[in-house]
Design a protein around this ligand. Sequence first.
Ligand SMILES: Nc1ncnc2c1ncn2[C@@H]1O[C@H](COP(=O)(O)OP(=O)(O)O)[C@@H](O)[C@H]1O
Length: 277
Amino acid sequence: MAALLRSRRLLSTLASETELRFPAAAARRSGGAPAASSERRGVQWVFLGCPGVGKGTYASRLSSLLSVPHIATGDLVRDELASSGPLSHQLSEIVNQGKLVSDEIIINLLSKRLANGEAKGESGFLLDGFPRTIRQAEILEGVTDIDLVINLKLQENVLLEKCLGRRICSQCGGNFNIASINVKGENGKPDIVMAPLPPPEKCASKLITRADDTEEVVKERLRIYNFMSQPVEEFYRSRGKLLEFDLPGGIPESWPKLLQALNLDEHHEDEKMSIAA
Ligand SMILES: Nc1ncnc2c1ncn2[C@@H]1O[C@H](COP(=O)(O)OP(=O)(O)O)[C@@H](O)[C@H]1O
């Protein structure tokens, strides 16, 4: 009981400073021990990586596989933009210049998303696009336990091509990519070949491009990632939580290797069996 009270006090102190609230099961106890082990709750993983690396693609696949919600702060920002709420004008200026939204706004959006999930009984999460600054990482560290941080990596010229090739179906929200990538590997690494990910016929005439996926804005986002978000990699590396993953190519090559790196190969076998059945 005392631990619970201490935990509530810690959370409310942080909450008043940051407004970030985590579901009770995910909240960190004041003594530093996890409130619930990852065996009893869903996994609590973070995806790091430059714009265009594929955080959304792999987080969404793992979300289905592990039955934990995929929470992408970029999607929360885009939902807010589309809602034409009080923040939307301010947000569109920031996002369309490739800049980061303030920690306060992003934490507010994330808190609301977590509260909605808690009401629906969600457990665990795959965070994509958060934390993106050291301050966000420190706030997160203060309120919950992160089990693992997956750092997806690709060379920069591939990232630019991938962002410029991204397309979204305006009706179903599906993500596709029209870029056909074939570039020489840097620093003795193998060449990178990625086939396009074309939309199905029903989406082909409804494709849109994100307003922030222009060459100028992507370059600015990459610059800001290197400056603001790369230190977050070191934050987790020094805590022994960072799993570095160099993407070897497109989804067909990378997905099985990622599952192997995560010791989830047996899920892949189950997946193949259910497709074959
Ligand atoms: N954690 C965050 N902190 C600040 N801004 C964020 C955060 N997450 C998303 N954003 C804003 O939303 C935009 C889109 O995010 P996202 O879809 O994750 O883009 P990217 O493709 O660059 O990874 C970012 O460029 C930024 O303006």
